[in-house]
Design a protein around this ligand. Structure first.
Ligand code: ZN
Length: 362
């Protein structure tokens, strides 16, 4: 088999690509496959990256959020290590057949979460000495150029270490910062497309899928659901699913939240109250959320709340605030661009993130 590659462009709605000059992706669409596919809900990074590398939904792999409250112990935990993964990665499956996998990520914690089974794993936050000696040190983390460095890192690993499979996943600093029409975004996607072309030029038998973990939209309203509940006498905690130690991008404001009620029998009261709130699009009990979005019922609280396109949830200084931010997490960031080239991707024609890497071990 030739080299098999999956690239995940973090936070990239289809519009980012359609508004930029991307000749490499255009060529893939012409010679291969291109569609607008679906991200897994909640539309956040860890949930979708894990769905990609395990080729499964959160009901199976267990990563339902960046963060969760363990109801059995009351402990609040970041789900950023592979100990939370309930299923094996595609890299482990491939490894059993003697094939070598490589992983390239921006953040070290995402590497820690999804690296199991890889022989080579690099992050821009903590690159190996070997990589830095060959392509130079990564740029400052919160810059557009971090992702360009990751593409160069992936190319270097492909050329020198010849893995059978490579997964490259970027960071969404640039799309949190700039809308698709902004020149800086257009420059960014043009550069990424050029670097993708350099990867494809390594060899003629590369098979590749390009996807995104979720989209990105402008948001103007923030709601603090914990305050709203507590002010109305229905005590509980709303965990913004996007909650992350890296807060520069989005201030922990995202379009979905899990509600943990102090008294689970207050579910109906909480639902009625929150449905009246402008900006709340839908709210559903644990069992329904688990069924509809294929989530793990032990890791999603009592209620799932989804925001409308303009709204995000998080911890703010009032119950409601006007804001200007770009973020994700809701159903409105579910549309993602998917491109595929080569025999495996063409045969599968993946339509969603749990499918985009499913051809790697075939
Ligand atoms: Zn992301």
């Amino acid at each position: 088999m030739g080299t098999r590659i999956v690239v995940c462009l973090d936070g990239t709605s289809p519009r980012y690509i359609s508004k930029s000059d991307t000749p490499t992706l255009d060529a893939i669409a012409r010679e291969g496959f291109n569609t607008i596919g679906r991200a897994v809900v909640p539309t956040v990074t860890n949930v979708n990256n894990t769905s990609i590398v395990t080729a499964s939904f959160p009901e199976e792999h267990g990563i339902t959020s960046n963060y969760f409250l363990d109801l059995s112990t009351g402990e609040e935990r970041y789900m950023e290590s592979s100990e939370y993964l309930l299923t094996e990665t595609i890299f482990e499956r491939i490894g059993r057949r003697g094939k070598k996998s490589a992983l390239v990520t921006a953040k070290e914690k995402l590497k820690t979460l999804i690296h199991r089974g890889t022989e080579i794993a690099e992050s821009a936050e903590k690159p190996s000495r070997w990589l830095v000696d060959r392509i130079g040190a990564p740029p400052e983390f919160y810059t557009i150029e971090t992702n360009h460095w990751l593409f160069r890192a992936a190319r270097e690993i492909l050329v020198v270490k010849s893995p059978d499979v490579l997964y490259l996943t970027t960071t969404d600093y640039a799309t949190h910062a700039y809308p698709p029409e902004d020149e800086r975004s257009q420059w960014n996607f043009n550069q990424l497309d050029r670097l993708l072309g350099e990867i494809l030029n390594i060899s003629s038998d590369i098979e590749i899928v390009v996807t995104a973990d979720h989209g990105m939209n402008a948001k103007s309203r923030a709601l603090d659901l914990t305050r709203i509940l507590n002010e109305a006498g229905v005590p509980g905690t709303a965990i913004p699913i996007i909650k992350d130690r890296h807060v520069v991008h989005h201030q922990n404001l995202g379009g979905a939240a899990y509600i943990y009620l102090n008294d689970p029998s207050a579910m109906d009261d909480a639902t009625t109250l929150l449905l009246e709130e402008r900006g709340v699009e839908s709210i559903m009990p644990n069992s329904e959320a688990a069924r509809i979005y294929r989530l793990h019922p032990d890791r999603i609280g009592h209620l799932l709340v989804l925001a409308d396109i303009d709204t995000v949830f998080g911890t703010i200084s009032a119950a409601r605030e006007e804001i200007t931010i770009r973020s994700h997490g809701s159903l409105h960031e579910q549309e993602i661009p998917i491109y595929g080239l080569g025999k495996g991707p063409m045969a599968l024609q993946p339509q969603s993130n749990p499918e985009v890497a499913a051809w790697l071990d075939k």
